[in-house]
Design a protein around this ligand. Structure first.
Ligand code: LER
Ligand code: MN
Length: 271
């Protein structure tokens, strides 16, 4: 059974970004529970800003889980990423992510590497950047394994990263990792930009999929644009996918309406 989740952002610098609830964990958890969500996905500015005890209490009170924790604050706030040319900057990025892996693991929630993967540019070649990314995923993937959680890697669209944009390239790259603890985040918004056929690409990912960002083609909530969810749902079910479909979308027209629209689409297509 696929499970539903909804994003809560605690990151001031990310305002205007694709997150449903903002700045208030208690209110976000209460609304998520009221609408029937299974879990929340939390985006915090850094590891210390993940209130592990408070989240334990809120999720117990509302019978929710924490589906995942984001790491993009390192990029949004500090402009750190895993493919910077100097080792000290890459270490900052890795340490930032490692701390979020540890905080999330206390809630059994895996961390997501999305924007923190970075890109190749300037003196860093594509091959060099892929080597940096491979080393980081091996190291952080094994770190997450020791903490008892997978590590989620999210391919992004071409306007956000030039490392890995499509399923067939990503699966080939996964085959070069030493760790077996990295899973893929299939974000339907990014896939809609890059893939020829989203459901075929989901089949290409197959068992590698460990998380889904459930959203429409224009990054509004699922059901607000032209994404064709029937073949997407069929492909996910065919691969045996049983993790989260998490609402990462603009809070359009507002947070509560976006959460309601998404859970209705989830119940229609994925439940
Ligand atoms: C960024 O576009 C995104 O989809 C986030 O989930 C990545 O951190
Ligand atoms: Mn995403």
């Amino acid at each position: 059974m696929i499970k539903s989740a909804v994003t809560i952002s605690l990151v001031k610098e990310a305002e205007g970004g694709p997150f449903i609830f903002w700045h208030d964990l208690a209110a976000g958890c209460a609304k998520a529970a009221e609408l029937g969500y299974d879990a929340v996905e939390v985006f915090a500015p850094n590891a210390d800003a993940i209130p592990v005890d408070e989240l334990r209490g809120l999720t117990a009170q509302h019978n929710l889980k924490v589906a995942a924790v984001g790491t993009g604050g390192g990029w949004v706030i500090h402009k750190w990423h895993l493919c910077q040319p100097d080792a000290a900057s890459r270490d900052n990025a890795k340490n930032f992510i490692r701390a979020i892996i540890d905080a999330g693991a206390q809630l059994s929630a895996p961390a997501i590497i999305g924007s923190m993967q970075g890109r190749f540019e300037g003196d860093v070649s594509k091959k060099q950047a892929h080597d940096f990314l491979r080393d980081a995923l091996n190291e952080l993937g094994e770190h997450a394994k020791a903490a008892g959680v997978p590590l989620i890697y999210e391919p992004l669209n071409r306007y956000e990263s030039n490392l890995l944009n499509r399923a067939e390239d990503t699966v080939e790259f996964l085959g070069t990792l030493d760790t077996d603890n990295v899973v893929i985040l299939a974000d339907l918004f990014h896939m809609n930009i890059e893939e020829t056929n989203i459901s075929e690409a989901l089949r290409t990912y197959g068992k590698h999929i460990g998380h889904v960002h459930f959203v429409d083609s224009n990054r509004r909530p699922a059901g607000c644009a032209h994404m064709d969810y029937a073949p997407i749902a069929a492909a996910l079910k065919e691969t045996g996918y049983d993790k989260y479909a998490s609402a990462e979308a603009f809070p359009w027209p507002d947070s509560d309406a976006a959460a309601k629209t998404t859970i209705d689409a989830f119940n229609k297509h994925l439940a």
